[in-house]
Design a protein around this ligand. Structure first.
Ligand SMILES: CC(C)(COP(=O)(O)OP(=O)(O)OC[C@H]1O[C@@H](n2cnc3c(N)ncnc32)[C@H](O)[C@@H]1OP(=O)(O)O)[C@@H](O)C(=O)NCCC(=O)NCCS
Length: 332
């Protein structure tokens, strides 16, 4: 059966740079605290109200199409991974299709948070191998900055996240030895309340009340230590599972592009997998955690700086809210 492959990637971030020092003017925190615990020095925030995840996705998608050498009219479908959709509904994929000028092209929004890109990759891979579509645009895009609590109450979460978009064009692999070699997905709702935004909630009447807002229940809440433990267990586990599914071992991995949640998580994951540090891609210092966008953004950097070239075997792994976790192996 024909494999699918990542034919092109692209990224886009807002121009506004927000440093740790900038955040220290808004809440009780320091550059040292943030950098030591997360590896983050700065992140990007949208410049003004009115820029949504679908807007950031437009230039990222155009760059991915350009690198793939594909015209937008050739796209059969859009998959949009985000936890910060422009609106509650409709999905941001519909908005992106409209902004790109693609009437009638199906758009699937998926909500698997930090694992969203790999979940989306598995769907695109299956569609392409089944012959349903020839080219699929897969996007991870997030606007976090409009939903963070920039007071001391929310400082454990607010310092970690940034805005940004990454996109990939998935199509048929031209060579037998190239392409998506495996995808592995997992979820466990036991951790749903360890990292979540509770409000607005369709299970409450009404979905949001002044009391909810006063209690700050519309902001993301995280049990950081719990999430850290799960991430550092599950990312190595799912990496080995994805490699085994591709009949490979860790020794076959040229480069790992992990989800960029936290530098300490990725250092521990790399150490547990016995991967040399220079084989693990990171850009968290510049962009923070952009959830579904981190993997395509980091892949874009690694492709541009020449670390991903013909024949490079790349391991992808992610862990995030849900809990969800996922791994994939792609040979370029
Ligand atoms: C969030 C995280 C960085 C916190 O680090 P930690 O080592 O657990 O925190 P520590 O125990 O060292 O520090 C907690 C203290 O720092 C304080 N603190 C929290 N945020 C702070 C901030 N931005 N600046 C300064 N102090 C802060 C807390 O109030 C607490 O103070 P206390 O001990 O007086 O109560 C860490 O748990 C983590 O990385 N978790 C995983 C997060 C993640 O990746 N999430 C996304 C997954 S997709």
């Amino acid at each position: 059966m024909t494999r699918s492959h990542i034919l092109g990637v692209g990224m886009h971030v807002p121009e506004r740079v927000v440093t740790n020092e900038d955040l220290a003017k808004m809440m009780t925190t320091t550059d040292e605290w943030i950098f030591q615990r997360s590896g983050i020095k700065e992140r990007r925030f949208i410049e003004r109200s009115g820029i949504g995840a679908a807007d950031l996705a437009v230039p990222a998608s155009e760059r991915a199409l350009e690198q793939a050498g594909i015209k937008k009219e050739q796209l059969g479908a859009i998959i949009f991974a985000t936890l910060s959709p422009d609106h509650t509904f409709p999905g941001s994929g519909c908005l992106l299709g409209h902004k790109l000028g693609l009437p009638g092209v199906p758009a699937l929004d998926i909500r698997n948070q930090c694992s969203g890109f790999i979940y989306g990759l598995s769907v695109a891979d299956a569609w392409i191998r089944a012959g349903m579509y020839e080219y699929v645009l897969l996007v991870g895009s997030e606007v976090h900055s409009t939903g963070l609590d920039f007071t001391d109450r929310g400082r454990d979460v607010a310092v970690l996240f940034g805005d940004g978009a990454g996109a990939a064009v998935i199509g048929k692999s031209k060579r037998e030895d190239q392409g998506v070699l495996s995808c592995v997905l997992h979820a466990d709702g036991v951790g749903a309340e360890d990292l979540w935004v509770e409000i607005p909630a369709s299970k409450y009447m009404p979905r949001v009340t002044p009391e909810h807002l006063a209690e700050a229940r519309h902001y993301p809440k995280m049990k950081g230590k719990q999430v850290f433990r799960w991430a550092t267990d599950k990312m190595p586990e799912v990496s080995l599972e994805a490699l085994a599914k591709a009949n490979l071992t860790i020794k076959d991995v040229d480069l790992m592009v992990p989800h960029q949640a936290n530098m300490r998580i990725n250092q521990l994951v790399g150490w547990r997998l016995e991967l040399d540090e220079d084989k693990v891609v990171h850009n968290i210092e510049k962009y923070g955690n952009t959830t579904a966008a981190t993997i395509p953004m980091a892949l874009d950097v690694a492709m541009k700086d020449g670390r991903v070239k013909d024949g490079t075997t790349v391991l992808l792994a992610a862990f995030g809210a849900g809990y969800t976790w996922a791994g994939a192996v792609v040979r370029f």
